[in-house]
Design a protein around this ligand. Structure first.
Ligand code: PGA
Length: 244
């Protein structure tokens, strides 16, 4: 696991953007695994800027998102499909036919999980998977205790995750309690993984990832078993590792 320390959120976003631009330009038909949340927003802004400047094109990119809330339609402003369109897809030359966000309102959610998994395989697997990290150490919506052998599945969100994500909703009651999420094994099958962490709220989880054992109690710790992981972290998220 390579750890790159940067000053702050902006520096993390820029570093992550140049990391991805390099891969997108190098790979012929890049398959990206994408994430939502506050962490990658700055990165997506930087990618749009790089696109506008002609430094990168998304026309040959295919993407698969990590997760989606169960029960939210694509056009719901809190859905992750909407987030991706709003924060990235609508501003670059990616084809919407080449993006797949799990469908959280599929009538058969189990089949939707199988379909997401199969679509990733059919595309040839994910070249670079982008990840944030939850304050509880989750990756995707794989909460502590999720088996490392898990594939895309319907998951129950922890109370702490619902609480953390309620900032995007009018009230905590509106936060869905379930999601479709790529599993840990799905994530680990990616050829390369880029994890971003910014801010004091992630410092505890990051310390467990860097200094702790590999355990299903800290889902992100599984990344230590992957041969090609880069972590870009800002100073605030590094505080506990530094013993502050
Ligand atoms: P955040 O979420 O980027 O909104 O902090 C990250 C995560 O929970 O994985």
């Amino acid at each position: 696991m390579e750890v790159i320390r940067v000053k702050d959120y902006d520096a993390m976003s820029k570093e992550a953007a140049s990391f991805l631009v390099e891969r997108i330009n190098r790979l012929k038909n890049p398959i990206l695994g994408l994430a939502t949340g506050s962490t990658p927003e700055g990165l997506y802004k930087c990618l749009i800027e790089e696109y506008k400047q002609g430094n990168v094109s998304f026309k040959d990119v295919k993407s698969f998102n990590l997760d989606e809330y169960v029960g939210l339609e694509k056009n719901d402003p809190n859905s992750y499909y909407y987030f991706m369109k709003d924060k990235l897809f609508d501003h670059v030359d990616i084809s919407l036919d080449h993006v797949r966000v799990p469908n959280g309102v599929a009538t058969d959610l189990q089949q939707e999980c199988v379909d997401h998994e199969e679509a990733i395989k059919a595309a040839g697997g994910i070249d670079v998977q982008l990840l944030g990290i939850g304050a509880n150490g989750h990756i995707g919506f794989n909460e502590p205790g999720t088996p490392f052998t898990s594939k895309t599945q319907v998951v129950d969100l922890e109370e702490s995750t619902i609480q953390a994500n309620s900032r995007f909703f009018n009230s905590i009651e509106e936060v869905p309690t379930q999601a479709v999420s790529m599993g840990i094994e799905t994530i680990m099958n990616s050829k390369e993984i880029l994890l971003l962490a910014s801010g004091a709220s992630k410092a505890g989880a990051l310390a467990k990832l860097i200094n702790g054992d590999v355990t299903e109690d800290v889902p992100a710790s599984v990344l230590k078993n992957h041969p090609n992981v880069t972590v870009i972290v800002d100073e605030a998220a590094f505080a506990v590792v530094d013993g502050k």
